[in-house]
Design a protein around this ligand. Structure first.
Ligand code: CA
Length: 227
């Protein structure tokens, strides 16, 4: 699950990014509306967007309008200090799926994120499989033949990043980006440790993580499917 956070308030943005990453989501943060429009029109698909309205350069309403004009169905939660009925109605009419007013409760926001993902509005099947290995990205667990694997949050995130792109190379940088918030020290050695542990744990499923020297890793199984 990949989430975009468009928020110019550093404190809110950093806090949100950190807690969403700890919950195992891959998170990208942008600090202005122009950057949000650019990243949303790029090739990287997002499963959910948390959008501030008062953004520099281009406001949140414009970001939302251009997103919906391109018929992108990604769920959007507006997170704003603007509590006027007029703004709430406008946001929802422009295609937002939810509207939260600052100051907000983080557990409630996370519950709303889960609710939108559960309702299947993200347009992706949140269960990925590779042979007998399956990963439920909403329930945050991986299973082999239905038996839950013992994985840490970070191991699960690495596995998810690989399974989202089964058969394709995922670079160490992409894995690092997914695991750490910007302020944390990230190390490629840590990635190697997670990969090493994952290989042992998923071995019974007949699934392999190959190292592609200088490029990254590929998770492989001829019968791999992902929606
Ligand atoms: Ca703002």
């Amino acid at each position: 699950m990949r989430i975009l956070i468009a928020e110019d308030d550093e404190v809110i943005s950093d806090g949100l990014c950190r807690s969403m990453r700890l919950s195992g989501y891959a998170v990208d943060c942008v600090k202005d509306g122009q950057a949000a429009k650019t990243i949303l029109s790029g090739e990287q698909p997002f499963d959910l967007v948390i959008l501030d309205l008062g953004l520099p350069k281009v406001d949140g309403f414009s970001v939302l309008r251009s997103l919906r004009e391109r018929n992108r169905q990604v769920p959007v939660i507006i997170l704003t200090a603007r509590d006027a009925e007029e703004d709430r109605v406008r946001g929802l009419d422009l295609g937002a799926d939810d509207y939260m007013i600052k100051p907000f409760s983080l557990p409630e926001l996370e519950a709303r994120v889960r609710a939108l993902i559960r309702r299947g509005q993200c347009g992706v099947n949140p269960v990925y499989s590779c042979g007998t290995l399956t990963l439920d990205s909403v329930g945050r667990r991986a299973m082999i033949d239905g038996a839950t694997l013992e994985l840490t949050t970070r191991e699960l995130s690495v596995l998810e990043a690989l399974m989202l792109r089964t058969g394709w190379v995922v670079s160490k940088e992409q894995l690092l980006e997914r695991l750490y918030s910007y302020s944390e020290e990230a190390s490629t050695n840590a990635i190697e440790v997670y990969i090493h542990r994952l290989r042992k744990k998923i071995e019974p499923a007949g699934v392999t993580i190959r190292t592609i020297r200088g490029l990254g890793y590929v998770i492989d199984k001829a019968s791999a499917t992902h929606a």
